[in-house]
Structure formats: structure tokens, C-alpha cells
Design a protein around this ligand. Structure first.
Ligand code: ACO
Length: 370
């Protein structure tokens, strides 16, 4: 029998928004991105008000009233320390399996060994595990043995210590802490949406955040900062800036670290990170060069896309900051995941409370059956 094509149409009607721009799919108490004003609010706090907060304090803020128990900053710091130790013990046997994988693929593999069924505070375990795994993966990439966590340290300080093998000075720790806080949550970005979709199926927290990591790794999302440094290196000298950027745009390439789906003005996170990186003594020459590239890139983008306000995004100064505190560039997405794990876990806890399966519609545009 021939079914008329019309009867195959989606009952949701005609509105189709590629990329889901402007489509509301969740309510959240966690964060708000105001793209027109360039503001980011985390649970009632402007990003600028969180500048000197610890990562643990931001976790306490995001998890408040959502987790199985309410923990303050000090309790979270203690629990994360213990959980980092457990993550280290769990990880050691798996390291040979990471051979041949990129750093983010290796992180994905190690996270996938966390059992969804085990009864524990999965949000704490997920946050605690990422720096342990990411530092070990970065060290393995350089032929170095992993360094055991020091549970008495703060999360950011221990992350740097596990990366370098020795404790780092307060300036570097503060810079990383600022980074982790700045990227902790950011509305319904692609990775957080992916995380919430998986959480809505009740697949479990670890499965949900692994989905988030998979979405994060793409160059249009969290995979951009490594390529920002590649771009700065490829440009190399001041007299190359304009010709290099012009050639890249003529080839139809996107300039990494610029543009954003929501922001039509400067990403407030770019300025937060620029301040943090400028406070580090060792970045003087690099940051001055990057600023020149930024100015020229913005001028060219304004000329090429006068109708679309393309501004510096979070990834531009992320690249400089993570380089300055000693992370290898192929580990940048994993460090992003260490910060964004705060938001992903909070969104999973929030989605669990909503309890509604996320299942949108598509419109069928294929052939009708013969
Ligand atoms: N360089 C050059 N052109 C750009 C850039 C860029 N960085 N960003 C957007 N454009 C162009 C697009 O090619 C498009 O041109 P067209 O109209 O001629 O096709 C126009 O500007 C509009 O862009 P959109 O596609 O509407 O932008 P969208 O909202 O889909 O993309 C995105 C946002 C993915 C961030 C984009 O700006 C981009 O690719 N930037 C570079 C990668 C990057 O920095 N990613 C990190 C983002 S921050 C984060 O996720 C943490």
C-alpha cells in the first residue's frame, strides 16, 4: 500500500532550527550565558565575583541541594583528596592499554572503566579522577611515570604537582584554579547538552560525562586551544600576522579562538583568563605577540563578516594560560574536561531530579515507501 508522504511528517509541526539556536530544552539553576551583554552568571554570581574562589568552593556552589548530601568547600576538598588516591590506584593497571591513543582518547578510556553500578558519590569520583588521569596521560606521553596524588593539597595544586612531579608556586596554582573556575559551567553548551541527554536515559553519571567529553573534544568546542597555539607558532613573527591570517581566511578556514554561538560581544571568560595569564611572570613575550594576533584577527573578521560579530572566545587565552603553567598542548582538552566536569556532574544531578527522558523529533525528508 502507498502511504502518502504527508502522513509521515512529524507531529511537532514545521519549526526546524538547525543547530538548535534559540531552542529552549531545559531549565537550570546552574548557569546563565547572556550573549548580548557578555555576561556569565553561575548560581547567582557573576563570573567576575568568582575570580578568587577555589575550585572546591565552586563545586560546593554548583552541587548545592542537588547531590545526595550537602558538602561545604572543606568537606569537598577532603573528599576529593581521598577520591584522587582511589582514582590513582584504579588507574595504574590500565596504563598499558593507552598506547597509541591521543590524550583525550586515553582519558575517555580511563573514565570508561568507572563502573556506573557501583554505589558511591559518582559526581565526586568523576571530578577527582580527571586530573589524576590527565596528569598521568600527559606524563606517559613524555615517557615519565605517573605521580601519586597528595590528598592534603587543593585540587588545582595537586593537578599541577601530579603533572610536574613537584609542587608548583602559588602563582601557577592560582592561574590554573582561575581557569578551572572560569570553565566550570557555561549554560547548555554542546557537551553539557550531550551529558544531559544521556543522563535523561538513566544510563548513569559516568556514562553521561563520557558523552560530554566526546562532544568536548571537537575543534568547534573544547578542541580549539591546542590549534590556537599551532596558529601562533605558524605565524611566528609580527610581520607574518596579517598575511598569515588573510591566507587562512581566504582558504575558508576558521580562526581558532574566535567566534561563539551565543556571544555577540567579547566572551567574559577571555578577559578573566587574560588577566590570569598576564599575572604569570613567564608569559610576557608570548602574551604581547598573542595580543597583536588577536587585534589583527578581530579587524579581519570584522571586515570579512560585518554582519556577524565575531569576537575572541575562551579558547584563545586558555591556550596561553595552559601553556604557561606547563601543560603540553595535546592535553588541553583534558584540562578543560577537568574544569567542565564540575558543570557536567551538576547538570546530571539536576537532570536526575527532572526525571524526564529527552527525546526530540526529526522531520522525515526521505523517500516515501514505494
Ligand atoms: N573564523 C572565521 N570565520 C568564522 C569563525 C572563525 N573563528 N567563526 C565563525 N565564522 C564565520 C562562519 O564561517 C560563518 O560564515 P558564513 O556565514 O560565510 O558561512 C559565519 O562566521 C557565522 O558563523 P556560524 O557558523 O554561525 O557560527 P557558529 O555559531 O555555528 O559557530 C563556533 C560558533 C563553532 C565557535 C565558530 O565561531 C568557530 O568555529 N570558531 C572557531 C573554533 C573555536 O574557537 N571553538 C571554540 C569555541 S568556545 C567553546 O566551545 C568552549
Amino acid at each position: 500500500m502507498n502511504i502518502p508522504l504527508k502522513s509521515l511528517e512529524s507531529p511537532a509541526g514545521d519549526v526546524f532550527t538547525p543547530g538548535l539556536e534559540g531552542v529552549l530544552v531545559a531549565e537550570t539553576v546552574l548557569s546563565h550565558v547572556d550573549g548580548a551583554a557578555g555576561r556569565l552568571v553561575l548560581r547567582g554570581h557573576e563570573l567576575g565575583q568568582l575570580a578568587d574562589w577555589s575550585f572546591e568552593a565552586v563545586l560546593a556552589l554548583l552541587w548545592r541541594d542537588l547531590g545526595p548530601e550537602s558538602l561545604d568547600e572543606t568537606q569537598i576538598r577532603e573528599r576529593l583528596g581521598t577520591a584522587r588516591m582511589a582514582a590513582f590506584e584504579r588507574m595504574t593497571a590500565a596504563l598499558p592499554a593507552l598506547e597509541g591513543l591521543s590524550q583525550v582518547e586515553a582519558l575517555r578510556l580511563l573514565l570508561s572503566r568507572l563502573p556506573d553500578a557501583e554505589p558511591q558519590c559518582h559526581h565526586l569520583v568523576a571530578v577527582a579522577s580527571v586530573p589524576v588521569f590527565a596528569a598521568a596521560i600527559a606524563r606517559c606521553g613524555r615517557g615519565l611515570a605517573p605521580v601519586q596524588p597528595e590528598p592534603g593539597l587543593g585540587h588545582a595544586a595537586d593537578f599541577l604537582r601530579m603533572l610536574h612531579g613537584v609542587e608548583q608556586g602559588p602563582e601557577r596554582v592560582r592561574a590554573l584554579e582561575t581557569y578551572l573556575v572560569t570553565v566550570a559551567d557555561h549554560g547548555l553548551n554542546a557537551s553539557t547538552f550531550a551529558t544531559r541527554v544521556i543522563a535523561s536515559t538513566q544510563a548513569g553519571l559516568f556514562s553521561s560525562v563520557i558523552g560530554g567529553l566526546c562532544a568536548l573534544k571537537g575543534p568547534l568546542h573544547g578542541g580549539a586551544p591546542g590549534p590556537v597555539l599551532d596558529m601562533l607558532d605558524a605565524i611566528g613573527r609580527e610581520e607574518n600576522i596579517v598575511p598569515w591570517l588573510t591566507d587562512a581566511l581566504n582558504r575558508g578556514e576558521r580562526l581558532m579562538g574566535f567566534g561563539h554561538r551565543i556571544y555577540r560581544v567579547r566572551d567574559p571568560r577571555a578577559d578573566a583568563l587574560k588577566r590570569a595569564v598576564a599575572a604569570l611572570r613567564e608569559t610576557g613575550g608570548r602574551i604581547a605577540f598573542a595580543e597583536k594576533v588577536e587585534v589583527e584577527a578581530l579587524a579581519l573578521l570584522a571586515e570579512r563578516k560585518p554582519l556577524r560579530s565575531l569576537q575572541t572566545n575562551v579558547e584563545f587565552y586558555t591556550a596561553l594560560l595552559l601553556e604557561a603553567v606547563g601543560f603540553p598542548r595535546d592535553s588541553f582538552t583534558n584540562v578543560f574536561a577537568a574544569g567542565r566536569m564540575a558543570g557536567w556532574t551538576a547538570h546530571v544531578l539536576e537532570q536526575d531530579k527532572v526525571g524526564r527522558l529527552i527525546r526530540p523529533q526529526s522531520r522525515y525528508i526521505g523517500p516515501a515507501p514505494a
